[in-house]
Design a protein around this ligand. Sequence first.
Ligand code: ADP
Ligand code: ZN
Length: 620
Amino acid sequence: MTAEKLLKQYFGYDDFREGQRPLINAVLEGRDVLGIMPTGAGKSMCFQIPALMMEGITLVISPLISLMKDQVGALNQAGIHAAFLNSSLTMGQYVKALRLAKEGRYKIIYVAPERLETEGFLDFALSRNVKISFMAVDEAHCVSQWGQDFRPSYLKIMEFLKRLPYRPVVGAYTATATEDVRDDIMDILELQNPYVMTTGFDRGNLYFAVKKPVDKYKELVRYLHKREEDMPGSSGIVYCLTRKNVEEVCYKLREEGFSVTRYHAGLSDEERRENQDDFIYDRRQIMVATNAFGMGIDKSDVRFVIHYNMPKNMESYYQEAGRAGRDGEPSECILYYEPMDVRTNRFFIENNEDNEELDEFTRQLVKERDTERLKQMTFYCFTSNCLRNYILNYFGEHSSGYCGNCLNCMTQFEEVDITKETMAIMNCIDANRMKYGLTTIIDVLRGAKNQKVRSKGLDRNPEYGTLAAVTVPRLRQIMQELMYQGYLELTGDEYPVIKTTGLAADWQAEDEPLFMKLAKEKEPDVSEKTSKKNRRKKAGAAAVLAEKDLGLFEALRVLRREIAAEEKVPPYIIFSDKTLTLMSAVRPKNAEEMLGISGIGEFKLGKYGNRFLEVIAKYN
Ligand code: ADP
Ligand code: ZN
């Protein structure tokens, strides 16, 4: 059968996505591959389809138990025999799985890297009637010490391959690969003349926004209520920087009546697992968590990711925000900025325990690198240009500069003359070689009467109070812009001091006006605009479904949850939100029409088709 037919029959999809087909072809031709594709792009399909087409067995190396469970669950739901071998199995289950594997019952076997070298597994892999024709290494960046997720057990992959009397085709797949990591993957896995495919990092279905609410919690509650109206029951993650924050936000939201749970490293293993499952199985809607949550979570219908605090760098931000909308449906990524977050992150950088073993020189380098990354993250929060463009540029990709699906692209900006403010700021900083941070400079410019200002005699600064009429957020924004443009810079110390640069001196000598793009002071809340044209896309099903179809969509979700509970798999593994959305809009009347819907393969049709048709019939 052709790859297209398999894609349709088992997974119910009509076309391959960008990058999938060439990666599949190369493997089928017996060539090693390296696939670098963003989260949600569909990497699994790149090794699952060849696995179905090749003789023998495909091994998939995966770092996380939850990932394996999820993918094997999805394969079995699609009617493909697959199994996983990891420490979550009891000895009895493990032995049984190996026996069935030896008998050739599984086309695809997921295995944890640390299992590869065990006697039981080698016994299976080396038995005469077993042929491992393809080995897919998922999350391949785990072999590299450069990345954030290095796993020593990944180094066992090579040793294992060398023990086989033949060499399978090897495919490596990852979402995160800088050049260093990419080279590491190819070297360490000893890929032979690999076909390398990198697809764009853009996630078009994600809407990006940065907000600077006066009261973050209130803003969060407002947003969550609005989401409940737009699309009741949708899942989302709220990321906080500290455990304390997680506890606080989670507690308050629960008091308020939201369906929330929490996750951070301070909870017991058991509670973490429970809470994670509550979220994945749609028993709880909102997950409030530190960055400890998410690695290996494949939940594809996360409709929003809110960053209650600014993370430490763009890499973390994009990875965490990218957990929204893996199913390709419209989803939202919103970051709440607060100056305090910069300080907290700086503290983390200064006191990073991971760096303690490093020698002084390297530690200093790492610190500088992290400080620079934090700066780039902060600029993201202040740019007036397209946010998506900023992200893509950061990761070395070009883009048109206007996406139409981020807050900045949808906000009205005006060119504002900031010459006067800039002069005052620069003079203020230069006067008496001021050695203060951003906040103090702002205090002086606005003529604050606090203790620090008085005790240090800062009220004698020639610019004291000269910008009293400019709001604090705007002053902050102007100063961030001046930093971004290189007129000002912050020292990298624990208590950073703001300084003017050579560029500032040049500008002061030139007598040229300076402009910057600023959001109109009373920025209308785009999401609440009534004019149809400017109306922002809603997230999820609400974005595409007419009012009358939403009721059906809800009914289908209920049925999906029921089936998921029977099958003991997460609901999104039965059918994705996208598939339910299509069902609600198209309203198929029979099996044939059902098959026309993306995400419904023959196996699932046979298993669940009638039950869904019955519900739809009630609405027809
Ligand atoms: P990744 O591992 O790259 O993050 P996944 O393999 O988990 O992404 O795929 C993300 C989602 O996209 C899954 O729900 C998957 O079923 C879906 N998908 C993959 N390939 C296709 C395709 N060709 N057409 C439609 N949906 C697809
Ligand atoms: Zn944009």
